[in-house]
Design a protein around this ligand. Structure first.
Ligand code: PLP
Length: 484
């Protein structure tokens, strides 16, 4: 496919602005361009065709099944977009004084209340803009809490699971803590013996997602919480997997003191490729004084931003946070009404249905019911036919299915982490099973077909490391001869 610069023809225009009889803006000599910018020149039909062709090459949840484990790619209800585009929300200026933004503040306050209920913890800050920023904020809150108690120097270590998402250790390091990893036992729970040996007076806290990235609910979570609390440490809940437990079990009841939500996953939001997202945090009373400032508070029937928070860790995000994400998530939750529990139950049911239908073909490392996602291993294909998890993922693309997350969590070799979400009907799940089983047959009968996949995509296998390390994001006019 040609780039837009390669379609360009001198003098073509998609539109012309009316010629206003206004004086030319005075631009100081030294700031003036020496030559006009090299913009592509196209008439409107060609321009529309170009961008339509590009959009046709995209894959998204609106195009097909997207079982990307841990990323919760669920359908984004269109009503969310309608609500967020209401002029009162869309055109609101971030510097609008509180009296003129009562509707927006009320929405934020209501969202805080709902999130507090979901987590089973009393106080919420909506500010962080992603799960990872929620993690960093939560760790800063832990630091502030221990400094306030005179234990800031002493409590320097955070414990994470060996199945932890990469952002967990990254946040721990960014927040200036030392990292200690705990192993997973044979049932997929935190290994309690290993944990007991590692928790001591230097421990500031645990950072854990439950269900874990294996899609398993930790059966020892009450004991885990006791071990940390007995040692004077706190528990942080990475809420990326909340889609499994809304209205069923609450992190606060499990013993967690600080929780982040991934609004963009659990409560829908077109996301991926880095945003937009929302990572609010909820905390227990003992941590509440340190929450980011300002928070949204209610005085009678009025709502306002409270800046008078002397012990706060300060602001972690500009203005009130990612407001458009709040509106979409609030619309999503309100359309479910009290049925969030049903959302999670269906997510868990869909995942267990797939698990039951696939576990005789692909290896299942932990023989248990899963929560909203599960991890299979393609280890048997690698051993028997030289076919890897990556090969399976690439072959799925030939059937218009987005690959699952692969090679994560690290404790499972040749991992395929599958999360169907609650928004998929049974027919889609069955189609996925059929394709996965067909790939298993191909792996045995015609492995080259799988090894060389994808066959029907605009590009085949890319050098992903090179693309990440050496991205070319600028058109090389100098190196390219534009066609006449
Ligand atoms: C388990 C887990 N924790 C944390 C994160 C980080 O969330 P975000 O991408 O919003 O920064 C993710 C994201 O995929 C995740 O799966």
């Amino acid at each position: 496919m040609k780039l837009i610069y390669e379609r360009s023809q001198p003098g073509r225009r998609a539109g012309r602005l009316p010629h206003y009889d206004l004086p030319k803006a005075e631009v100081p000599e030294h700031l003036r361009r020496e030559a006009p910018p090299r913009l592509p020149e196209l008439a409107e039909p060609e321009l529309v065709r170009h961008f339509t062709a590009l959009s046709d090459r995209n894959f998204g949840i609106d195009t097909g099944f997207y079982p990307l484990g841990s990323c919760t790619m669920k359908h984004n209800p269109r009503v969310n977009e309608r609500v967020v585009a209401l002029p009162g929300f869309r055109d609101l200026h971030p510097y609008q004084e509180d009296e003129g933004a009562q509707g927006a503040l009320e929405l934020m306050w209501n969202l805080q209340e709902i999130l507090a209920e979901v987590a089973g913890l009393p106080a919420v800050s909506l500010q962080p803009a992603a799960g990872s920023q929620g993690e960093l904020t939560g760790l800063m809150l832990m630091r502030a809490y221990f400094e306030d108690r005179g234990e800031g120097e002493q409590r320097d270590t955070i414990i994470t699971a060996d199945t932890a998402h990469g952002t967990n250790p990254a946040s721990v390091t960014m927040a200036g803590f030392k990292l200690e990893k705990v192993e997973t036992d044979a049932r997929g729970n935190l290994d309690l013996a290993d944990l007991r040996a590692k928790v001591n007076e230097r421990t500031a806290g645990l950072m854990l997602t439950n269900p874990s990235t294996l899609g398993l609910f930790d059966e020892g979570i009450v004991e885990v919480a006791r071990i940390f609390h007995d040692a004077g440490a706190l528990l942080y809940y990475d809420g990326a997997n909340l889609n499994a437990v809304c209205g069923i079990s609450r992190p606060g009841d499990m013993g967690f003191d600080i929780v982040h939500y991934n609004l963009h996953k659990t409560f829908s939001q077109p996301h991926g490729g880095g945003g937009p997202g929302g990572g609010p945090v909820a905390v227990r009373e003992i941590v509440e004084p340190f929450l980011p400032s300002p928070t949204v508070v209610r005085d009678g029937d009025a709502f306002r931003l409270d800046h008078d928070r002397p012990r706060s860790i300060g602001r972690v995000r500009g203005f009130g946070g990612p407001f458009g994400v709040f509106v979409r998530s609030y619309a999503f939750i309100r359309s479910y009404g009290p049925g969030l529990k049903e959302m999670s139950e269906t997510a868990v049911l869909n995942a267990n249905y797939l698990l039951a239908r696939l576990k005789d073909t692909y290896e299942l490392p932990y023989e248990r019911h899963c929560m909203h996602e599960f991890v299979l291993s393609a280890r048997n294909f690698k051993r028997d036919h030289g076919i890897t998890a990556l090969d399976v993922a690439k072959r799925l693309m030939d059937f218009d299915i987005h690959p699952p997350t692969v090679y994560f969590p690290l404790v499972v070799p040749e991992a395929l982490m599958i999360e169907p979400t609650e928004t998929e009907p049974k027919e889609r799940l069955d189609e996925f099973v059929d394709v996965m089983q067909r790939i298993a047959v191909e792996a045995a009968e015609s492995p080259e077909l799988v090894k060389e996949a994808p066959h029907h995509r605009p590009v085949r296998r890319l050098d992903e490391v090179r693309a990440a390390k050496n991205p070319v994001v600028k058109y090389g006019f100098e190196e390219v001869t534009t066609p006449a």
